[in-house]
Design a binder for this molecule. Structure first.
Ligand SMILES: *Cc1c(COP(=O)(O)O)cnc(C)c1O
Length: 341
């Protein structure tokens, strides 16, 4: 398919309408066949469950072009199963995992002209989501739902190299113990908006959230998991029931162990030990890893030895290996790249 005339390298991270989206509706206890449509609008009851009680869950993944010209998605099976977990927690009917893969693949295929060429750093961001569409006024789950997938081309996350960011320890909490921190739900983001706007106003790039129960352990940021490196080269990543199981983080842990031969600890990380780490990064689909140079904690600063100019050496190795796997320059583990044909 002919590529659209887009200035790929200068795209930002903003919504841009593409030609097709996928829609499937849930009614009378079952999902329908589903189909592609050109209609980018949704008409529903003013009293829809999603509008009144935020009954919605989502996913985020990307499609892109590998070095040898294939259009692929990265581990969409994990997005499919995570969406099932998220849906169950909000009493939303699960969307079948095989149908999910089919739906995202169809949507990407239909919009192939928007999949950025190799080497531009841009990708086609894919956003699957489910929401309660029927009227709900007494508090209960909706009876009808819509599953939808749209795509939007997004630019390289780092323009001109990955610069380390500065984050602050937030006074707000992201997720309660036994709450919804482990699922990908819009409600977790709605309540983080005030915290991130405040952090930005104060000059910080992101928030570090601590566990809401004791405020002593590191959780994550608003939309990315933490990865630390110890002074003796071990990779450490926080374990908690209230952080979102990032697919990027899980992939980096595998890469650290199996490709780089590094020792990895997935365990509770006390905020008190953060000052002793050598490197820090945030992992998520958008950036893969954003290096953190500095953490501000109520008047005190933690400055990582890797500094504010570039990624730490191990973070960089992890970043280069995983992006190499994603782009087809390094052999991927079985099943990591899903080719769109
Ligand atoms: C989506 C998300 C991440 C990153 O997950 P990936 O699967 O790596 O994109 C991390 N934290 C939160 C809260 C998220 O919503």
């Amino acid at each position: 398919m002919e590529k659209k005339n887009i200035d790929w390298s200068n795209l930002g991270f903003a919504y841009q309408k593409t030609d097709y989206r996928y829609v499937s509706n849930y009614k009378n206890g079952a999902w329908d066949e589903g189909e592609l449509t050109t209609d980018d609008t949704i008409t529903m009851s003013e009293c829809a469950g999603v509008l009144q009680y935020a009954q919605t869950v989502f996913e985020g993944l990307k499609a892109y072009t590998t070095e040898d010209g294939r259009t692929v998605m990265f581990r969409p099976d994990l997005n499919a199963s995570r969406l099932v977990d998220s849906a169950k927690r909000l009493e939303i009917p699960a969307f079948p995992e095989d149908k999910f893969i089919e739906a995202v693949a169809k949507t990407v295929k239909a919009n192939e002209g928007f999949v950025p060429p190799y080497g531009t750093g841009a990708t086609l961001y894919v956003r699957p989501y489910i929401f309660g569409s029927s009227p709900v006024i007494g508090v209960k789950p909706a009876e009808e739902y819509q599953f939808r997938v749209f795509t939007t081309p997004v630019g390289p996350y780092f323009k001109g190299g990955a610069k380390p960011i500065t984050i602050k320890v937030s006074d707000y909490d992201r997720a309660a113990p036994n709450g919804t921190g482990h699922i990908k739900a819009g409600l977790n983001y709605a309540m983080s908006l005030h915290a991130i706007v405040t952090a930005h106003e104060e000059g910080f790039d992101e928030n570090m959230y601590l566990d809401a129960g004791s405020r002593t352990y590191v959780e994550e940021t608003g939309g990315a998991n933490f990865l630390f490196v110890t002074k003796d080269g071990k990779v450490v990543t926080p374990k908690s029931d209230s952080i979102l199981p990032s697919i990027t983080r899980r992939s980096l842990v595998y890469v650290a162990k199996e490709y780089l031969g590094l020792e990895v600890e997935e365990r509770k990380v006390a905020f008190d030990e953060v000052k002793d780490f050598a490197e820090c990064g945030l992992c998520g689909t958008a950036a893969v890893i954003s290096p953190v140079g500095k953490i501000y904690d109520h008047g005190k600063e933690i400055c990582f030895p890797s500094g504010m100019d570039e990624m730490g050496p191990i973070t960089k190795k992890l970043y280069e290996t995983l992006t190499g796997i994603q782009m087809g320059r390094i052999e991927a583990p079985e099943g990591w790249l899903y080719e769109i044909k």
